[in-house]
Design a protein around this ligand. Sequence first.
Ligand SMILES: [Zn+2]
Length: 367
Amino acid sequence: MRLADVVTELERWFPPNLAEPWDSVGLTFGDPDAAVESVLLAVDPTAGIAAEAIERRVDLIVTHHPLWLSGVTSLRGAKGRFAQDLIRAGIAHFNAHTNADRANPGVNDALAQALGLQAPVPLESRTSTSLRLTAYVPTADREQLIDALAAAGAGTIGDYDRCAYTTAGAGTFRPLAGADPHIGEIGRTEQVDEDRLEMVLPVAARPAVTAALLSAHPYEEPAYDFTEILRADPGLGLGRVGGVPRQTLSQFADVVAGALPATAAGVRFAGDPDSLVETVAVVGGSGASELQAASRVADVLVTADLKHHTVDEHLADGGCAVIDVAHWASEWPWCAQTANRLETLGLGTHVSQQVTDPWSGHRGGTG
Ligand SMILES: [Zn+2]
C-alpha cells in the first residue's frame, strides 16, 4: 500500500476535524508514494520508539502523541533527532491525538473495552457548527432548486443526502419599475404559492450553495438567509461511560490495575474504598477537565494526570470517586485496537511493548 493510501484510511478512522484547534495531527514526515508493508504503533514518539522502528525495519510509525505541537524552526534536540534518524531510514511518522480521543473506535473506546465497560457511550457529546439555509421558492420550482442546492453541498446528514424541510405558504411582492419579474407585472401586487425551504450545510459550503441558489432560483431577487446552528454528533465525543458489575471502589481499582500495563506509579484512587461502583467514566490521558461531567453520570472516573487541589476540591464538593492511572497506560490499549484495524488492510503491525511512561520508580505508599 502507498503511504498516501494508508494516511487516507487513518484519517477516515480519525478525522482531523475532530482534533482540538491547538492540536497537531496527521503525517509528520514520509514520502506519500513510498510503499508501506509494516507499521509500529506506540503512544509516544521517543528515541526508543525510533530505534525499535529502525531495528524492526517498519515503514511507518503511528503514535498517539504528536512529535511537535507548535511550529518548528530547526531539527535540533531529541525531537529533531527522532525526525532525522527516521527520515534517513525511510520511515514515516503519523499521529492521531485528540481526533483519536473523540473518534469511535478510538482511544477512549479502547480504554473502556480494556476495563470491561458495558455499552459505553461518550461522556460528553461533541457538537459541531453548521449552517441552515432558509429560502422561499415557488412550489413549482421547489424540487429543481433542492437538486441544485444538494449538488452544491447542502442537505447531507450522516448517510443521507438531499435532506430538506419544506412548509407551504404564500409569498407576496410588487415588482417596481426596472424589474424583470419571473411572475407578475410591474406595479401590480402579486401573490404566489411559495414554499419555505430549509437545508443544512457545512460552513465551508456556503459560497457554493449561495451560487447554486442564485443560479437555480427562478426569481430575480430570491429571499434567503443562513442561520448558524449547533448540531450534536452522536457517538463522537470525549470520554466514555458504561457499566461494570457492582463492586467496591477498592475492588474496581484492582480490575483497573490488572487490565492496564504496569507502570512505576501504578494505580491510585481517591474516595471511600468501600463505596460501590457500577457506572464508570473513562478519559484516556489528562482528564481533569471532565471531573464534573463524570460526577453527573458515573460513580468513578478513571483518568490520568490529576493534581492534589483538583482532586481534594472535587471530593469536598461531593464529586465521584477518582482512579488515577499513568497517562501512557490509559492510552496504550489504543495501539492494539489500531493495529488490528491496520491488519485488515493487509499491513503487518507491531505494538511496541516499551513503557514510555516517564516515571521509572515508586517507593513507599500507604494504600
Ligand atoms: Zn495523551
